[in-house]
Design a protein around this ligand. Structure first.
Ligand code: CP3
Length: 361
């Protein structure tokens, strides 16, 4: 079956995820469209707010393409947010200036949790419209990544009502009312699967699940309350569109200790933060999954020589990818809003150049 979109000119990222040979190590950056770019800040100003950007497919398309116009990145990522899903479930997402995301109606009691339902996907149509519009505008330059939060990470924001230092409210619910927590996570898992499948239908060529707060859980709780529900999502995902494989990436920040278990839930690739040695990670997962990561984002505040040296360390720790393995270069978490844009040029060139010469050696 053929697709209504232009054929891909650069599929290096998809091949690395599928553990096929590549001429160099592809890269993209978590939060590559964002406040470190002056052109992003200019568009955001015109849109009035972050949500004004994210909810308007024209603006979302514009900012998604901005980092690609500056840098030779190997993938685009949908400009949106993981919190669009709980917003569509009726929790009322807003951004207090300088405070990060918040919900007007967090889930604080049994009644609120039991009343929760997977969202009507129609209320998220602006996301799917953005996906189609971005894929069309990309015109085959690079693949487009769709994404969602993990059921657990969404639950953290839904119960806390915003960010948290210790996740006291959501973890108290987990320990005191595991039945309620499972009910919430089951609802979220169904919502996330439907949301990702709709992004794939709209044109996403790979999908990623961000489990930003899985690492806040105790061993044992992680498997029961985060990993289990990501496995449920993976089981419900469509993995092919128009005859083409749609790779899935899972990323638990702080999940390095559980790598083998994460590699076992059916994803094509596992994202890693900077606490993990990629060579050891590769030995632990063998040919089960590709790996994505894992430069410390703060390296981008060092000087060009130092950035190149740190890039070299990450590439060398993975080693030259052999048949059956794959590496996608990324940061271990999102790029800081204070990053000098020139540092990203140094990074992109270093990853491409060094990884090409490693393959020739
Ligand atoms: O990577 C990209 O370029 C795509 C866009 C993207 C955003 N959020 C845009 C955004 C993606 C993939 C996300 C995911 C997301 N959102 C996660 C998971 C990834 C991670 O970082 O761990 C989480 C936990 C969120 C929730 C969220 N949204 C937070 C905590 C914040 C505040 C962050 C901050 O730095 O202030 C947001 C807002 C947000 N989402 C911004 C952007 C560019 C900054 C908003 C602004 O312009 O004011």
């Amino acid at each position: 079956m053929s697709s209504k979109f232009a054929p891909l000119k650069n599929d290096t990222f998809l091949r690395a995820l599928l553990r096929q040979p590549t001429e160099y190590t592809p890269l993209w950056l978590m939060r590559q469209a964002g406040r470190y770019l002056p052109e992003y800040n200019a568009t955001r100003k015109r849109a009035g707010s972050f949500l004004g950007l994210a909810k308007n497919p024209d603006y979302a398309t514009e900012v998604t393409l901005q980092p690609l116009d500056r840098y030779a990145l190997d993938a685009a990522i949908l400009f949106s947010d993981i919190l669009t899903v709980p917003d569509a479930m009726g929790l009322g997402l807003y951004f207090a200036e300088g405070e990060g995301p918040k919900f007007e109606r967090p889930l604080r009691d049994e009644k609120a949790v039991l009343a929760l339902q997977a969202p009507d996907l129609g209320t998220l149509q602006y996301v799917f419209d953005a996906v189609t519009q971005i894929r069309t505008a990309l015109n085959g330059r690079v693949p487009l990544i769709g994404f969602s939060g993990s059921p657990w990470t969404l639950a953290c924001y839904m119960v806390e009502g915003g960010g948290s230092d210790d996740f006291r409210t959501v973890k108290s619910m987990l320990y005191k009312r595991p039945d309620l927590m499972h009910h919430l996570l089951k609802t979220n898992a169904a919502a996330v699967a439907a949301y990702l499948n709709a992004q794939i239908d709209a044109g996403a060529q790979a999908v990623m699940i961000f489990d930003t707060w899985g690492g806040a859980l105790a061993d044992g709780a992680y498997q029961q309350f985060s990993l289990h529900y990501m496995r449920e999502v993976m089981a419900q995902l469509q993995r092919e569109k128009d005859g083409v494989r749609i790779p899935a990436i899972v990323f638990t920040k702080g999940g390095g200790l559980w790598l083998e278990q994460i590699a076992d839930i059916g994803a094509d690739a596992v994202g890693l933060d900077w606490t993990v040695n990629l060579g050891e990670a590769r030995a632990r997962v063998g040919e089960r999954v590709a790996l994505q990561g894992n430069l410390d984002p703060v390296v981008l505040f060092a000087n060009p020589e130092q950035i190149r040296a740190e890039v070299n360390k990450v590439l060398a720790s993975f080693g030259t990818p052999q048949a059956g393995t794959g590496h996608v270069f990324n940061l271990g978490h999102g790029i800081s809003q204070f990053t000098p844009p020139e540092a990203v040029s140094v990074l992109v060139e270093a990853v491409h150049d060094i990884s090409r010469s490693m393959r020739k050696a």
